[in-house]
Ligand binder design. Structure first.
Ligand SMILES: [Mg+2]
Ligand SMILES: [Zn+2]
Length: 163
């Protein structure tokens, strides 16, 4: 089985000051993110992103916008030696349609756990919203709540020191 660190996107990997981020130009990596992800990767954690992108359901941006931002994010991380195994996103919003994948829903976690044979007891979720933590805890994964745009490095140190 694999251990993994799940990551929220906006406010964790990139600047989440704007409510929506859907262009490459407005996608800015947060301080410490490269260092933190590298630490986790070197310690053997698979890195998986799970993000709510309700702007799609609301018609603010398209699936193509989401996927182009994700391609950019994955490429920029890969250039720095960091591999993201999978980026899962929910394009829905309860005002438009209900779903099981929007956090605090657990469907995307369940899909990842099954697809990559993840050991929930050795895995973590880093998020800047209570719904990130709530979703993780429902599937038995320990949640780590950070402030929006805070460096993940101290939390990565904590994860690694608990091994
Ligand atoms: Mg967030
Ligand atoms: Zn959804």
């Amino acid at each position: 089985m694999q251990k993994a660190v799940f990551l929220d996107r906006d406010g964790v990997i990139n600047d989440g000051t704007n409510y929506y981020t859907y262009t490459i130009d407005s996608f800015v990596f947060n301080p410490g993110i490269f260092e933190g992800l590298r630490m986790l990767q070197e310690q053997g954690y698979m890195l998986i992103v799970i993000t709510n992108q309700s702007g799609v359901a609301k018609g603010v941006y398209t699936i193509a916008d989401v996927e182009s931002v994700h391609a950019h994010m994955v490429t920029q991380l890969q250039k720095r030696g960091i591999t993201i195994t999978h980026v899962y996103y929910c394009p829905h919003h309860p005002d438009v349609s209900t779903c099981q994948c929007r956090k605090p829903g657990t469907l995307l976690f369940e899909q990842a756990i099954a697809a990559y044979n993840i050991d929930i007891k050795k895995s973590y979720m880093i998020g800047d919203s209570k719904r990130d933590i709530e979703a993780a805890q429902k599937v038995g994964i320990q949640g780590i709540l950070i402030a929006k745009n805070e460096s993940i490095v101290p939390y990565c140190n904590t994860i690694i020191s608990h091994e």
